[in-house]
Design a protein. Structure first.
Length: 290
């Protein structure tokens, strides 16, 4: 499953759900949590269930409410039988919350006649201080783990921070540190890292800069908070023709089987070959899915 762009859609809005069907996003996240008021959650669950029953081009994920909260059981009962691709898990304190969730899912999948562990999990793994301290525990990846992401807003509130960005729109040090730790934790777990959302949906230049930086650093995709963000995110995480052409040249340079190779006056070794193969594989997968 390729996840370059994951678009949040409030699940209580028929209008936004209908519009999302035309989005070029790789995945839609039907949100039952922060964008839906508690009074509207029963309606949101029904609309999410109906949406999941339809045929959709995108992978359909659902952001449930936190594990153990009062809405958690109702969310699970409503959406799991309709077989979402996965669940976005907000505010987990660590992998142990995913183990609890896995146990609930095994029961519900069996009751619904679904293949066990067919529904994946993507935790927003930094929304509490305890969660940040637990990032290293994802080295022993819990079942169903598809990727890791991070969030700045809830963490800022938990820390009592007045803001999370400076005057130039850059994340403050503590948030840059947490972001880096999530990327490292994801790679240690052998899964993708998904960049957090760019909250100012009118700031197209800032979004493009953030998405391209994330791609260069090793993130595989990015959350979108508004439909207009999706195309820029997809572009940032899609290898260009020049990227693919260079990657093919690198692979050709190693065709002899040597451990090192020379290309355009530069010496290359195995990490360059590994990255080139990754670029080619991603481009081929996107072409197949296109």
């Amino acid at each position: 499953m390729i996840l370059r762009s994951l678009l949040f859609v409030p699940a209580d809005s028929e209008k936004k759900l209908a519009k999302a069907k035309t989005s070029p996003a790789d995945a839609l996240i039907l949100d039952l949590e922060d964008s839906v008021t508690p009074d509207n959650r029963p309606k949101a669950r029904g609309l999410a269930r109906d949406f999941l029953s339809e045929k959709n081009r995108q992978a359909i994920w659902v952001r449930i409410n936190p594990v153990g909260g009062r809405d958690f059981v109702a969310d699970m009962a409503a959406v799991v039988p309709s077989a979402p691709a996965g669940l976005i898990v907000p505010k987990p304190d660590g992998p142990q919350d995913l183990l609890i969730l896995d146990a609930h899912l095994l029961t519900l999948e069996t009751q619904a006649g679904l293949a066990q562990r067919s529904i994946q999990l993507l935790p927003v793994a930094t929304e509490t201080p305890t969660a940040v301290l637990s990032l290293q525990d994802y080295r022993h990846a819990p079942p169903r783990l598809a990727a890791l992401s991070w969030g700045a807003e809830d963490l800022s509130a938990a820390l009592g921070a007045a803001m999370n960005r400076d005057g130039d729109g850059e994340f403050l040090f503590i948030h840059k540190m947490v972001r880096a730790l999530v990327l490292i934790a994801a790679k240690a777990a052998g899964v993708d890292a998904i960049e957090t959302l760019h909250a100012d949906f009118r700031d197209s230049k800032g979004l493009e800069r953030a998405a391209r930086l994330a791609q260069r650093e090793g993130f595989s995709g990015m959350f979108a908070i508004h439909p207009d963000q999706v195309e820029a995110i997809n572009a940032a995480f899609t290898p260009s023709k020049a990227d693919v052409a260079y990657a093919q040249k690198v692979v050709t340079a190693f065709a002899s089987g040597a451990g090192v190779a020379a290309l355009d006056g530069k010496m290359l070794d195995q990490p360059h070959l590994k990255q080139a193969r990754h670029v080619i594989a991603l481009a081929e997968a996107l072409q197949r899915n296109g």
